[in-house]
Every structure is written in structure tokens, then in C-alpha cells.
Ligand binder design. Structure first.
Ligand SMILES: C[S@@+](CC[C@H](N)C(=O)[O-])C[C@H]1O[C@@H](n2cnc3c(N)ncnc32)[C@H](O)[C@@H]1O
Length: 172
């Protein structure tokens, strides 16, 4: 499984202060989502995650990067130190062309309700960071096969949504 988080506000540069990640366009959400997806959860070793920043590019975090002892600040530090290796410049359409997936699952409070038969095989799971996707984002993803999936009517934090979905899949 591969997650794609779309941040409307995070600044696409490493010039952030580790003591003020929120001041960099809520950059705090970036390492939080990376931990939520990439850290081992019981029998699930961790998933791949991409965080797209509408300011100009994306960070691609592969699932084999070791997150055992990491926390949000150490992940933010790792991104800052390895920015040139992790950051890829481009827009959302370019991102989607460069990664492999077999259909998109867009997480949304008003989608079709999740059940144990929901097909998640090789899907790219897309969610918003602090806000939902914009019409422009939707236009870019609609070139692919998209199904809208809800995990419940109330809104969760993006990181909680990721962990909750991983738990649901583990319980299958
Ligand atoms: C902080 S929420 C956004 C909250 C709210 N929809 C908004 O735009 O202000 C971030 C993302 O988590 C996902 N999400 C949150 N709650 C969800 C739920 N109950 N089911 C499916 N996805 C959810 C959605 O992709 C959402 O864009």
C-alpha cells in the first residue's frame, strides 16, 4: 500500500526551524504522517508514503527506511539533512505519472463506507493534510480510476486516518 498526503500549505524547502515546524506551513504534519504510515504497527512493517506540497514538489519516503526509534522531530531533522535525496520537484500530475499504482482510493468522510471486502490491492491511498483536496487536485487525480472511501462520518486528523486504516487492514 502506498499513501499520498496532499498538503495545501507546507513550504517545499528545508529552511525550517525544528522548534517551529508549524511556522513552515504546518510542516509538522509531514513527519507526523510519515511516522503514521512508515512505522511498524504490530505485524505491518510500515508503508510507503509520499507527501506532496503544493508549493512545488514532494517527499518520497520508502517503507524500508528505519523508523524504529524515530519521533516527529528526528524525522523532520532527517528530511532537512537529506532534502536533496528525498525531495522531488514537480506538480501533482507529474508525481502521479512517476509512481506505480493500480487505481486510487481517495479518503473522504463522505465516500463509500469501508468494509472488509474493500479492494485495497496496489492502490494509491490519497488524503488531505490539514484540508481536503481542492478542485484542481481532484482534476489531476480524476485521470485515473478513483474510488472515494470513508472511514466514518467524523473528521480525523490525517495521521489518525492513516493509522486507523492500517489497523483496519491488519484486522482482516
Ligand atoms: C484533517 S482532515 C480534513 C478535515 C476536513 N474534511 C476539512 O477539509 O477541513 C485530513 C484528511 O483526512 C482524511 N479523513 C479524515 N477523516 C476521514 C474519515 N472519517 N474518512 C475518510 N477520510 C478521512 C481526508 O482525506 C481529509 O482530507
Amino acid at each position: 500500500m502506498k499513501f499520498l498526503v496532499i498538503s495545501q500549505r507546507a513550504k517545499a524547502n528545508p529552511n525550517y526551524n525544528l522548534k517551529d515546524l508549524t511556522g513552515h506551513g504546518r510542516f509538522d504534519i509531514v513527519p507526523r504522517c510519515i511516522l503514521a504510515a512508515g512505522r511498524r504497527l504490530l505485524d505491518n512493517e510500515g508503508d510507503e508514503i509520499i507527501v506532496y506540497m503544493k508549493d512545488g514538489g514532494w517527499i518520497h519516503w520508502l517503507s524500508d527506511l528505519d523508523l524504529i526509534d524515530e519521533d516527529e522531530i528526528s524525522v523532520a531533522h532527517h528530511i532537512k539533512e537529506n532534502w536533496n535525496d528525498l525531495f522531488i520537484e514537480g506538480d501533482l500530475s507529474e508525481l502521479l505519472e512517476r509512481i506505480e499504482f493500480n487505481g486510487i482510493v481517495l479518503l473522504s468522510e463522505d465516500g463509500e463506507r469501508y468494509n472488509d471486502n474493500t479492494d485495497m490491492n496496489d492502490k494509491l491511498i490519497i488524503l488531505g493534510a490539514q484540508r481536503d483536496l481542492t478542485d484542481e487536485d481532484i482534476q489531476a487525480i480524476e485521470k485515473y480510476q478513483v474510488s472515494k472511501l470513508s472511514l466514518g462520518e467524523s473528521s480525523m486528523l490525517a495521521s489518525h486516518t492513516i493509522i486507523f486504516l492500517r489497523q483496519l487492514l491488519l484486522a482482516r
